[in-house]
Write a protein that binds this ligand. Sequence first.
Ligand code: NDP
Ligand code: 8X3
Length: 249
Amino acid sequence: MAKTAFITGASSGFGKATAERFSAEGWNVVIAGRRTDRLQSLQASLPNPAHVALLDVQDRAQVEAVFNTLPEAFSPIDVLVNNAGLAVGLEAADEVDLADWEQMVDTNIKGLMYCTRACLPQMVTNGYGHIVNLGSVAGRYPYPGGNVYGATKAFVRQFSLNLRADLVGKNIHVTDVAPGLANTEFSTVRFKGDQDKADAIYKGVEPIRAEDVADAVFWAATRPPNINVNLIEIMAGAQAFSAFNVVKK
Ligand code: NDP
Ligand code: 8X3
């Protein structure tokens, strides 16, 4: 019987590439997100069965309803990819719009919590499961304007480790995949549709591709049960760390 992967944020970027990868490998996929027109196009292009789920991960009741009403062919879920997420804005903390911070917390933290909690009981009952969470290098290394976005990804990192602490012995594996600079719709969303600003981020750089991240997600989720991949951190070849910033008088 085909296994099932449930992928949040499958309408774009890493989530779409991950759905394509699992489907190409013979898995059934649940492709979830808010833009169902895109999900339906994706569904039509996939080589194996795909179920489209209208899902705003910020909406706890909707999350619970979606996980509780999956068609039989897509249940139980073997792999949950908690990918839906976003950065909004790059302003300094003293200038930021508080609504942007709230949206990142509601999506990247609370949405990921809701999906995980809704999915776990069936994994425990089934005696098997793997949760792959999309973190970020921003959860480990600071940069100006990364403020709450980076903090939400630090949550993802620690939550992933703490899930393992709870689930060890239940044959449920957890991985934090933490990419760096990758050219998806991420920057278009971050800059609220300003495509010039978004394009400038990737100008002159060869960033990580969505397929590279999908590859890491698929690899982590298909290791044998005697190992758990805790963390995969990936940077673009052109990306590294900056020195401490010391402001002199
Ligand atoms: P994209 O903007 O291309 O894709 C983001 C996806 O998340 C979309 O499919 C979007 O779907 C979905 N999404 C956003 N908000 C919600 C919501 N409230 N409910 C459900 N789905 C939602 O970006 P990426 O593919 O780059 O981002 C995927 C993940 O990877 C995010 O968690 C991001 O933080 C993380 N990441 C990105 C990096 C990058 O540089 N690109 C690097 C490191 C991590 P829809 O709008 O249809 O709902
Ligand atoms: C996205 C990577 O470095 O733009 O999580 O924050 S970064």
